[in-house]
Design a protein around this ligand. Structure first.
Ligand code: URA
Length: 422
């Protein structure tokens, strides 16, 4: 049995070198064991390919993109078995030509997918907590307790989320952003003490792979995802347009997969971006009130947006909503299509121009097309109405009341339609 020692918990550089070397040499997973160096002395044993054993330097390991993404995420899982589980898949893809797109029931594939899903869930918790902790400008250090090795993998997110300096301490890793550069250090130290061995700059030496930009979800993968939860987890790292950078997070749709009605808005606002849920701010309150007046409950419908990231501009210290550009609407189309495929709603309510254009694929004038139910294709009917934030923007109280009543009337049609299905 050959033992492979890695320099740290997410040592992608060494793991990749070893996996490439042994997979090309045809070494089966059973002949290898993997572990992380325990001390500075142990670190002398970190894997290196001896020059006498070099495989053909021109030999290329062709890995499917999906597997590359699994490796990146799977390495962050808490299980010590992860190095072996990932190598096993690499070996089988290279040596046995295992096809990952058709082998989802394969036990080796399933165990890697379980690791990846756990990392995605922990990543989401980590990001939400990070954003919450450092929302307080006085907070400079966060002692975090992640249940997976997700600190390094979220460096890019953390730097994008808060530009001012911050520091994270965990049992296994310290990470700090000084406003200009990112640093990694050993974990376990008191929040105020220098980590053992000092700080090492990201992107160099054993940290050359971090921070790493997460891969843009593959549209083929999105099209074949079979649950809303999995879809939401994939959407978390969407980089299909540039909005992910300033926004805090992807705000995915919310509601049951069995909902018969899907309500589509434009994009999350400031409060939605912070909470990670659609329609929880002022427009959401108007929507909920109108739904109730129409005899509907939010809990029985699916609520989503045409664009899943918040677009804004800073003014006087506040983030002001900006209409999404057409590029973002188009880039986000795959998520809306996938939500529609999984929910198969009988009726889709398009609230506002962005939602209507995203579903009808043509210019829309709301006043001309609102308030009637029409066939939308793929087994759904459609209804165009105003966006609830339009009601908030109307200048006079009389206009507000009149337009709100019309909005409720449109939702009553939705209620009547739902009753007709029952
Ligand atoms: N406006 C929208 O279109 N969507 C939200 O989620 C919130 C405000």
């Amino acid at each position: 049995m050959t033992e492979i020692v890695l320099a740290h918990q997410v040592d992608l550089k060494t793991w990749r070198q070893a996996a490439r070397h042994y997979a090309l040499a045809g070494t089966p997973p059973e002949a290898l064991s993997w572990r992380v160096a325990q001390s500075a002395e142990d670190a002398q044993r970190v894997f290196q390919v001896a020059s006498s054993e070099q495989t053909d330097p021109n030999a290329v390991l062709h890995l499917p993109r999906r597997l590359v993404e699994w490796i990146l995420l799977g390495l962050q899982a808490s299980s010590p078995e992860r190095f072996d589980a990932l190598y096993r898949l690499v070996f089988r893809v290279v040596q046995d030509h295992l096809d990952l797109t058709t082998a989802l029931d394969d036990p080796d594939v399933r165990s890697v997918v379980a690791l990846v899903e756990a990392v995605k869930a922990e990543t989401e918790r980590f990001r939400l907590e990070f954003a919450r902790v450092f929302a307080d400008p006085a907070q400079t250090v966060w002692s975090a307790t992640p249940t997976a090795y997700v600190v390094e993998g979220n460096a890019a997110y953390c730097m994008a989320r808060y530009a001012r300096p911050w520091e994270i301490r965990t049992a296994y890793r310290s990470m700090k952003w000084d406003g200009k550069a990112l640093w990694f250090g050993a974990g376990g130290a008191e929040a105020t003490a220098e980590p053992q061995g000092g700080w090492q700059q990201a992107g160099q030496g054993m940290w050359q792979d971090w921070p790493r930009t997460v891969l843009v979800p593959d549209s083929a993968e999105v099209e074949t995802t079979t649950s809303l939860d999995a879809l939401a987890a994939e959407a978390m790292d969407c980089r299909s347009c540039t909005l992910w950078r300033p926004a805090a997070r992807t705000v995915f749709g919310e509601g049951a997969a069995t909902a018969r009605v899907m309500l589509v808005g434009e994009q999350p606002g400031d409060q939605e971006d912070q909470a990670g849920r659609p329609f929880v701010g002022p427009a959401g309150q108007v929507l909920e009130r109108a739904l109730e007046e129409a005899g509907l409950s939010r809990s029985t419908v699916y609520v989503t947006n045409a664009v899943k990231h918040f677009r804004f501009t800073w003014r006087n210290g506040r983030r002001l909503h900006q209409k999404p550009e057409q590029d973002s609407v188009q880039a986000c189309q795959m998520w809306l299509d996938a939500e529609r495929r999984l929910i198969q709603p009988a009726l889709i309510v398009m609230m506002g121009v962005t939602a209507a254009q995203s579903l009808l694929h043509r210019p829309v004038t709301i006043s001309r097309e609102r308030s009637r139910i029409f066939p939308l294709g793929e087994g759904s009917q459609g209804l165009v109405t105003v966006h609830p934030s339009y009601l908030l923007r109307l200048p006079s109280e009389a206009d507000k009341q009149r337009e709100y009543a019309r909005f409720v009337e449109d939702l009553r049609q939705v209620k009547a339609f739902m009753d007709s299905l029952a």
